[in-house]
Design a protein around this ligand. Structure first.
Ligand SMILES: Nc1ncnc2c1ncn2[C@@H]1O[C@H](COP(=O)(O)OP(=O)(O)OP(=O)(O)O)[C@@H](O)[C@H]1O
Ligand SMILES: [Mg+2]
Length: 342
């Protein structure tokens, strides 16, 4: 079974206010408020932990947010670096009707020295776990001093030197920029993120496959895992093209389904002995079991949408996946959105 280190460069505090009624521009009264630490990499690690996969989650946390760690589930998975100030807060205002209003804060820039320490901590974890995968998830902050993009070169080059594969789940300009780094093995865009990456609308599964081939060739990737919401997911490598689907018992909350999908894929991606370390040439790495990994990906995705919380508490009752050759003619159930990221 593989071992996996996740890195969430910009974790977030999810704060929910419960109100009887929400009036814009007025004073509103909350009946309750909950707050918890959340990060896409952390979600991936929690799901992997449920599946019995060795994992840890690296997160920079604001010194003023440390109290939240006492209430965070699976604290043993966390590898925390304390940075000055507070991390960002995403606020949700929830009405009894289910209507929600969201205020999402931008990622707080990170000082260069702190980023250096995050990189070092991540490399230490990769070594400690003899990790098969590094998963980099969620949005990427800017550098505090200069406002420039964060430098991932050192982290990626060192990860590669260790013989660890890199999976990337981010969006917009960060996805485009980091995918080009020549160190990435896997990206996990959803349909909109893939459409944005190729800068055109995708209407059918055939359009998705064409776009996925284009991005793996253009960026030298090993695999593109494209999640398509209720339409399942496709996995594309230079040799294989597969479509997977699992029927969700019910659809309650789709937030975090992508994280469960990625956890399913990397957690089932290698059979037999994993990394033995120090193999920089990817052709010498354990072979990816793409069909099996895609099956786990869509199973976990379907299970994730059937529970109300972002975090699942059991992988029992996971639906059986179907993995087969894709039908290029199949229409996507929702039109894609292409975002301007220049
Ligand atoms: N309505 C649904 N029915 C069945 N499975 C679903 C449904 N929605 C999502 N899934 C499963 O979850 C996977 C991931 O969903 P989706 O493509 O929406 O990810 P995402 O947009 O990256 O989500 P997020 O970033 O919020 O975690 C899909 O590939 C599919 O397997
Ligand atoms: Mg996603």
């Amino acid at each position: 079974m593989p071992s996996v280190v996740t890195l969430t460069p910009a974790p977030v505090i999810d704060r929910t206010y419960f109100v009887e009624r929400f009036d814009e521009g007025k004073v509103n009264r909350a009946t309750d408020q909950v707050e918890f630490l959340s990060g896409k990499g952390l979600n991936v690690s929690r799901t992997l932990h449920l599946a019995g996969v060795a994992t840890s989650a690296v997160l920079p946390i604001g010194k003023e947010d440390e109290h939240l760690l006492f209430r965070t589930p699976n604290p043993q998975l966390l590898r925390i670096l304390r940075v000055p100030g507070r991390i960002r807060v995403n606020t949700q205002i929830l009405e009894p009707s289910g209507r929600t209003t969201n205020i999402n804060q931008k990622a707080v820039p990170i000082p260069a020295d702190d980023w250096d320490e995050v990189v070092q901590m991540t490399i230490r974890e990769l070594r400690a776990l003899a990790a098969d995968w590094l998963v980099v998830s969620g949005s990427v902050p800017r550098m505090a001093e200069t406002g420039e993009h964060l430098d991932f070169d050192r982290l990626f080059a060192e990860t590669r030197r260790l013989g660890t594969r890199i999976a990337l789940d981010t969006s917009g300009s960060s996805l485009a920029r980091l995918a080009r780094s020549e160190h990435i093995n896997l990206i996990k865009p959803n349909a909109d993120e893939l459409a944005t990456l190729v800068d055109r609308h995708l209407h059918t599964v055939g359009d998705v496959l064409e776009a996925a081939h284009e991005v793996i060739e253009r960026n030298g990737l090993e695999v593109a895992l494209v999640s398509l919401g209720g339409d399942g997911a496709v996995a594309v490598t230079a040799r294989e093209t597969l479509w997977g689907h699992a029927t969700a018992p019910r659809v309650v909350n789709t937030t975090g389904a992508g994280d469960a999908t990625l956890a399913g894929f990397v957690g089932s991606s290698i059979q037999g002995p994993g990394r033995t370390g120090g193999r920089a040439d990817f052709s010498e790495l354990p072979r990816l079991t793409v069909k099996r990994a895609l099956g786990a990906a869509v199973t976990y995705g379907a299970l994730a949408v059937s529970v109300p919380t972002t975090i699942m508490d059991s992988l029992d009752d996971a639906p059986t996946p179907v993995v087969e050759a894709p039908d290029p003619e199949r229409e996507l159930s929702e039109p894609t959105k292409v975002f301007d990221v220049k």
